[in-house]
Design a protein around this ligand. Structure first.
Ligand code: 16G
Length: 246
């Protein structure tokens, strides 16, 4: 006889046991990404426990991003997060290609504008000097992952202005068109909330977590940076991996 995964005599709360049961079913590949899991009612019947107990377990796994709900349909297993190692300077396109994922870039806008105070200070230039502002939605296999606002010293990237940047690697174009090679970047990561319009673009709920990544990128030999980027990454689909050695 199959032993139930739930032990009603245990001191471990029932909802927690259900949660660990579901987590294990996902970890062992019993439930696979995009699979519909049994309903709250079915799980409650199977374990002979209260439906609210099952709901609490599922709620927490939804919060953690392991499951997601689709209204009127049910609860599904999420795709595993994309893990980006922070060990070498690569582009979004290269990162994705290395994983066998098709990278994408949807251009929201491309403008030449005077640098704001913030952008100017990051790029170590005078406010009002011109920068190329490129706003793109980065996609992985067609799914939005990040909203990226890049600012580049305009005097160095003039040929890019007006080019079709849809689904194109900026770093590749910088090399091919401008002969610019980026060799160093400094990046910060912080927790951020998103505005409703940003949440809409990223296809996440208005209160879901996101990570704000800022990158300042340098070219070979130059002491002043060429690129400043502010990117909002979906917290439910992305994680960063840092390797440290003694
Ligand atoms: C990454 C970089 C971004 C760069 C972009 C170029 C982070 C946080 N940002 O997304 O600074 O502009 O790659 O990608 O890693 P692309 O060559 O595919 O356009």
């Amino acid at each position: 006889e199959k032993k139930s995964a739930i032990d009603k005599n245990s001191v471990i709360p029932l909802y927690f046991q259900v949660k660990e049961y579901l987590r294990n079913e996902i970890a062992t590949g019993h439930y696979i990404p995009e699979q519909l899991i049994p309903s709250e009612r079915e799980l409650a019947e199977e374990f002979e426990i209260n439906r609210l107990t099952v709901r609490q377990a599922i709620n927490e796994l939804v919060q953690e991003g392991l499951l997601y709900r689709q209204r009127g349909v049910g609860t599904f297993v999420s795709q595993p997060k994309i893990e980006q190692p922070l060990t070498s300077l690569t582009s979004f396109s290269k990162d994705m290609e290395n994983r066998g994922i098709v990278p994408g870039a949807l251009v929201v806008s491309m403008k030449v504008i005077p640098a704001t105070k913030q952008v100017a200070s990051r790029l170590q230039m005078e406010a009002d000097e011109e920068v190329l502002e490129l706003v793109r939605v980065r996609t992985a296999d067609g799914e939005p992952m990040a909203l990226e606002r890049s600012y580049l010293r305009y005097d160095q990237v003039k040929p890019l202005y007006g080019m079709d940047m849809e689904n194109v690697s900026l770093y590749q174009k910088l090399e091919e068109v401008c002969g610019i090679r980026l060799v160093k970047a400094i990046q910060t990561i912080e927790v951020a909330s998103v505005y409703p319009d940003e949440a809409g673009i990223l296809e996440i709920g208005p209160h879901e977590p996101a990570m704000l990544i800022e990158r300042i990128t340098y070219t070979e030999g130059a002491d002043k940076p060429l690129e400043f980027v502010r990117s909002l990454y979906r917290g439910d689909r992305y994680k960063f991996k840092i390797e440290m050695n003694l």
